[in-house]
Design a binder for this molecule. Structure first.
Ligand SMILES: O=C(O)CCC(=O)C(=O)O
Ligand SMILES: [Fe+2]
Length: 221
């Protein structure tokens, strides 16, 4: 038996979150009807960005993939798996969840990412794909990925943009800017248009945090 999402619940979540962001005058909605993509400048203050950069530098390990890809160059960044018990991480988590209006319990523990010169994350979707080795495990654990929220912690000297090739736009990293999108369609199904890349950094280092939300409360290992 293949585990399935509750698409009605996911459709409702998509509408709830997008209605909330649409009402927020500080949040910008990208002009496309193919996906719900938003950004907000100045979401995180500079001292929080600096604190997170320090934490990432302390604990970064090579990034992993759900689907071990043949391509060694697919995701070459380093990641930092923060502790969800860290009070500072809880504060940042609450800030993100509060903006989106999703209970903090639905978010995977925030991850930090560091990309050095030449490092990148090639085109991918954040939602889970059926018929993969991880599908049953992830679907029984906390269900499909719904929204992604990421925050740029600095501005690398060159490169590192987040591009959405099917939507025709990209975002240049700027310290404190949040970028959030619904990985699912208004019907609550995986939305292929949300494919995105973290372009190679060409100068300096890029730091971000990522918060992926799930269909059901996050069950930690
Ligand atoms: O680095 C980026 O700009 C994109 C990161 C990303 O796609 C992810 O963490 O899922
Ligand atoms: Fe992604």
């Amino acid at each position: 038996m293949t585990l399935k999402s509750n698409t009605r619940k996911l459709a409702k979540l998509g509408k709830q979150v997008s209605d909330r962001l649409n009402r927020n005058a500080r949040v910008y909605r990208f002009e496309t009807n193919k996906a719900q993509v938003y950004s907000m400048c100045g979401f995180l203050p500079a001292d929080d960005c600096r604190m997170l950069v320090r934490m990432i530098d302390q604990d970064a390990v090579p990034s992993t993939l759900y689907d071990a890809s043949e391509d060694n160059e697919f995701r070459t960044s380093s990641s930092c798996n923060f502790s969800r018990h860290d009070p500072e991480i809880q504060r940042i988590t609450q800030r993100i969840s509060g903006l989106l209006g999703i209970d903090t319990g639905y978010g995977e523990t925030i991850q930090g990412q560091r990309y050095q010169v030449g490092q990148q994350f090639k085109m991918h979707h954040d939602f889970f794909h059926e018929r993969t080795s991880y599908w049953e495990r992830e679907m029984s654990r906390s269900g499909q990925r719904t929204w992604t929220a990421m925050v740029y912690l600095n501005q690398p000297e060159g490169g590192g943009e987040t591009h959405f090739p099917h939507l025709g736009f990209g975002v240049v990293p700027q310290a404190g800017t949040l970028l959030a999108w619904n990985n699912l369609s208004p019907e609550g199904k995986p939305n292929g248009y949300t494919a995105h890349i973290g372009a190679p950094v060409t100068a300096g280092t890029k730091y971000i945090i990522t918060n992926w939300f799930r269909e059901r409360p996050w069950a930690d290992d």
